[in-house]
Write a protein that binds this ligand. Structure first.
Ligand code: GLY
Ligand code: MN
Ligand code: MN
Length: 459
């Protein structure tokens, strides 16, 4: 058979011990005499009686790897001892013929390390019994309306204090263990390979969806058939739409294309963006803006180290972007010393020139980083504002993705820069003394991109 993989690493997989460790740690953080319930994601209708491809809840994946819908993980902690109970769809030969094989109760017990398993129909009666013996229950409403209804009905009859299991679980998920990092490096490596392939393949006259096809095909070819999020392949002025997923336009000679795409590998996401010329050669104006974004990204990566925060990483990027835009004549001189967007707006308002004065937020309207893990916008266990002030520590994984978006119809942008949208995004793991860029193999300097696109880069 033809060898399609150029991957350096063997495909890693979660072992039974992987999930057992995660469950052990979760249960150790639960108070005594409680029950904790984690529910599966619901299925979502795509059209009439067909569904979108099913993706399990990341919390269920983290604690068990169980892939089926209509399932519940239940943990009982009593006198320091824990039980792990699963509720799953029953075996059903007729239904399985139509919609796929199920593990059933016996399969759940055999393969997923639970001490007991029951059918999902038994969930209400067993829940009632366990509620009566518990002091406290951990359940997050709003994740699965069908299971919420079953839960609510029993809980209303026996209203034990209710807490959110995600406060504990998401803090745990925030810091990745070595076995998780191995999976994430693999997701990153596959996605990087796909980006390089797309960069080599693209040409004027292609459509955006063909680039998406190359990326997703290479990922599948290398053992990662699922995307971590909807692929963004945005030519020209489409790149100023941050999450452009229409991907339907023709790619024009002289335009850039922004590609934000990555696979999910055994549940874990990568998240990469590269922006490059459709014809393989940056124009002078494109290069000028690109160099500013790249310098901002390098400054932000340098700030991604233990003791720093997402806020500090963002500030490092913003400083370079602000100075760069002044040099390019896109931001007005005299405004660049302002530390915040609010200050620029205040100054320009006072001078009665706000309508003629752009501030950085007009061209850079998103954060520089988010956490990465089982979810592409991963969890930290604390609300967003606090999350950005958390001290970075080894094992945390984040993206670094500054950009500049200069719309074709923005009169405050010098004409030669209009219609340019650029984002450069890498994934980094915080280490003891800095960070490891796990997506570094995709070219990102102007010279390296042009060299790869000209076919002269070393394989
Ligand atoms: N791909 C979505 C993001 O970069 O956040
Ligand atoms: Mn991202
Ligand atoms: Mn992205």
């Amino acid at each position: 058979m033809k060898k399609t993989s150029n991957l350096k690493t063997q495909a890693p997989a979660q072992s039974r011990a992987f999930f057992k460790d995660k469950r052990k740690e979760f249960c150790s953080r639960l108070p005594d005499n409680c029950i904790a319930i984690i529910v599966s994601n619901p299925e979502q209708t795509r059209s009439n009686d067909t569904e979108y491809f099913y993706r399990q809840s990341s919390d269920v994946l983290y604690l068990s790897g169980f892939p089926e819908p209509d399932s519940v993980l239940l943990f009982v902690k009593r006198k320091g001892k824990t039980r792990f109970i699963m509720f799953v769809l029953p075996k059903d030969a007729a239904k399985e013929t139509w919609t796929g094989r199920r593990f059933g109760v016996e399969g759940a017990k055999r393969n997923f390390g639970c001490s007991e398993a029951h059918t999902i129909e038994e969930f209400p009666s067993i829940l009632a019994e366990l509620l009566s013996e518990a002091d406290q229950v951990f359940y997050k409403l709003g994740r699965n309306p069908t299971i919420d209804n079953l839960f609510r009905k029993e809980w209303l009859k026996d209203q034990k204090p209710l807490s959110n299991p995600e406060d504990i679980l998401h803090q745990l998920r925030h810091v990745k263990q070595p076995d998780e990092l191995e999976l994430m490096r693999h997701a990153a490596e596959i996605s990087a390979l796909a980006h390089s392939a797309a960069m080599r393949a693209v040409r004027p006259g292609w459509h955006e969806y063909q680039v998406k096809g190359v990326i997703e095909g290479v990922c599948a070819d290398n053992g990662a058939p699922d995307v971590a999020y909807n692929t963004i392949a945005a030519g020209g002025n489409n790149a100023v739409i941050l999450h452009y997923t229409t991907n339907s336009d023709e790619l024009l000679d002289g335009d850039l294309i922004l590609v934000d795409a990555a696979c999910e590998y055994r549940g874990y996401a990568a998240d990469i963006t590269r922006t490059y010329p459709v014809n393989g050669k940056f124009s002078k104006a494109q290069k000028q803006v690109y160099e500013v974004v790249l310098a901002a990204q390098m400054a932000a990566i340098a700030a991604a180290k233990p003791g720093s925060t997402l806020n500090k990483v963002h500030a490092a990027a913003e400083k370079v972007l602000r100075d760069g835009l002044v040099k390019l004549g896109i931001l007005k001189k005299g405004m660049e010393s302002a530390k915040t967007h609010a200050e620029v707006v205040e100054r320009a308002t006072k001078k009665k020139c706000l309508d003629k004065t752009a501030h950085l937020g007009r061209f850079y309207m998103h954060g520089t980083s988010h956490w990465l893990g089982l979810d592409v916008h991963d969890v930290s266990g604390v609300e967003k504002k606090k999350s950005k002030a958390l001290e970075l520590a080894p094992g945390m994984v984040l993206t670094v993705e500054p950009g500049l978006y200069l719309p074709a119809d923005d009169k405050l942008v010098p004409r030669k820069f209009r219609g340019i949208g650029i984002r450069i995004e890498d994934d980094v793991v915080i280490t003891e003394d800095g960070c490891e860029v796990i997506t570094a193999s995709v070219p990102k300097t102007v010279a390296d991109i042009e060299s790869l696109m000209a076919g002269s880069a070393e394989e």
